[in-house]
Design a protein around this ligand. Sequence first.
Ligand SMILES: *Cc1c(COP(=O)(O)O)cnc(C)c1O
Length: 415
Amino acid sequence: MSFNEKIRAMYVEQIEGIKDAGIFKQERFIHSAQDADIEVEFPTGSSLKKVINMCANNYLGLSSHPEVVKAAHEGLDTRGYGMSSVRFICGTQDIHQELERKVTEFLGTEDTILFPSCMDANAGVFEAILTDEDIMISDRLVHASIIDGIRLCSAMHDTFKHSNMIHLEKKLLLHADKRLKVVITDGVFSMDGDTAKLDEMAELCEKYDAMLFVDDSHATGFIGKTGRGTHEKYGVFGKIDIITTTFGKALGGASGGCVSGRKELVELCRQKARPYLFSNTIAPVVVSGVLKVLDILSASTERRDKLEKNTAYWRKGLTEAGFVLKDGDTPIVPVMLFNAKLSQNISNDLYDEGIYAIGFFFPVVAKGQARIRTQISAGHEIHHLDKALSAFTKVGRKYDILGKTKQEIIEMYGL
Ligand SMILES: *Cc1c(COP(=O)(O)O)cnc(C)c1O
């Protein structure tokens, strides 16, 4: 069958439906390197606007750091542009192996295997290490890529209520008869910025002979005293069986991911994980960049310390201005607005004030939970944060939401 007009009309209708629902996503074009100050074209065709970026995963400000860029150039010069092969044929260089060693050391695990992305790591890992005699028990708010990995795996699946340890224990008891049990969580949850209770989870896993899986994509490089991740923060460094993470956020922000953990599990991924076997790995230029990032982070905690200070300053400023925030201490700081339209209006007004922060609403977050998710970076200076705070305050005043409670905001704007 060809793509005839009837088929086209069906797809047009589907796209129109997305528009009618008010959830049509439009890209904004950035005409500069990723940094605290960026130049944005929005809407498409309009002239460029200089704005302060408050919505990148560039937590450590390394996405266009001169030393990282220089290392990437060197990688390009000495190892070339592309691999033209998957890992097990002729797609592995010495630097890929070096990166796996360095990530293992950084995360405090036994071994590491690189993937083209963390999405691919999560898609491949469960199928590689579990069978239909096993059970995966996941937090209800895990990242979409984990949900896909679970779908691709023949093991049974169950969930527990978000961060609810009593419910998790119930599920571990319920599935006591299964051959292998894996408890699955994000380290830091990207929408609310809260952290998984890894100390309690590790204890429960030990009690019920379950393995613990943590996706630390929003944590690696900056959570914990030396930035090793959520396991460091909760005193369970070295005790997580499987960690997946990305190089596409704090660690330079280019691309790539990995599975890191028990060496037999990593070996099975090398033998069986399909995104590893059938897709090119990370390009040499990116490997060189990530190696430099790990050097920088291992030499000094300066960047994660600055990020921690910036985050505290930002949370305090917004709270004093009278906004409703989600509690927490990570650099993901959601400003709660509850109403979807209000979050869009405030995002647009902030943009006019030179602040780039995006509104999130259903289906990205639950209905009635609309928000502007701000993300702090070590690339921000105090003057950036001060400018952003005064813009938030100005716009907050316009909509009369400063000092108002959740209930009052909902009464004014509805859900
Ligand atoms: C961003 C993210 C991913 C995907 O990472 P990529 O390397 O970009 O594929 C996976 N898991 C979590 C929790 C994430 O936040």
